[in-house]
Design a protein. Structure first.
Length: 270
């Protein structure tokens, strides 16, 4: 697998999962079901995120969004089906009676469910939606401060990125120190990814991004450039990468492909 083949982040999470299995000296084949399940979950989240009740976007990955093509009802069902199939896959594969592998699978199911659910991605999306939704009197909520913004993105974006890396390390048979180091580094990758996403929403073109540029600003959503400015936001993304490198170095994982993925996250242009 060539980790440089990520295009617009479309394969970031499954690649991160497999790279984490590599980093701990494990088998890619054992991590592959988790990698595929995570991509199913990520795709479902994008379908639902684009719905009129959420971000109301009409373009994703350079193509019309699913609700535009097939209608809102079918888009909701497609997302529901992808999420359900992800856990069907996690429970089914890899097929084994080995007690250690069964234990790893159960731990991965718990890890990914937590990352995708109310304390993770769904919870972050709820915070995001609430931040731009007026109350019954028409009063808009107070803008998120820096701490609340970091919390929101740690859940909405960061949780599934962390879950991807942690799942790969677990299925690869990593020890607790390795799993913890990869989880901490992936938390930095997740924050950097969102900071760069916010920068690209300001600077990027829709054709390059594959989605509508400037959407967050138009919706009044808080972003890192809005709070800190573009230069400071770029510096913050680089600092995330530096902290991730320190964590991986301390865990003797700095020679793995994970740092290359982190550099791509910070340096990407779409």
């Amino acid at each position: 697998m060539h980790y440089s083949l990520m295009a617009g982040g479309k394969r970031l999470r499954p690649i991160l999962c497999v790279a984490s299995a590599d980093a701990v000296g494990g088998s890619r084949s054992l991590a592959m079901p988790a990698a595929c399940a995570i991509e199913l979950i990520h795709t479902y989240s994008l379908i639902h995120d684009d719905l009129p009740a959420m971000d109301n976007d009409t373009m994703r990955r350079g193509r019309p969004t699913l609700h535009v093509v097939a209608g809102e009802g079918m888009a909701i069902l497609a997302g529901d089906g992808l999420l359900t199939e992800a856990f069907h896959l996690l429970a089914r594969e890899p097929r084994t009676n080995d007690p250690d592998l069964v234990a790893r699978k159960l731990r991965v199911i718990e890890t990914i469910a937590s990352a995708a659910g109310a304390v993770g991605m769904v919870g972050g999306q709820a915070i995001d939606l609430a931040s731009v939704t007026p109350d019954r009197s028409g009063q808009m909520p107070a803008p998120l401060d820096a701490s609340a913004l970091k919390t929101m993105h740690g859940k909405k974006t960061g949780a599934l990125i962390r879950g991807s890396a942690k799942a790969g390390a677990i299925m690869g048979g990593g020890n607790e120190q390795q799993v913890e180091a990869i989880d901490r580094a992936a938390a930095e990758f997740g924050l950097a990814f969102q900071i760069v996403d916010d920068i690209l929403d300001v600077e990027g073109a829709s054709a390059d991004l594959g989605k509508t540029a400037g959407k967050d600003a138009a919706a009044g959503k808080p972003t890192y450039p809005q709070l800190y400015g573009l230069d400071a936001s770029r510096r913050m993304a680089r600092e995330c990468l530096s902290r991730a490198e320190s964590v991986l170095s301390a865990g003797n994982l700095a020679d793995a492909h994970l740092l290359g993925i982190g550099r791509w996250i910070v340096e990407r242009s779409k």
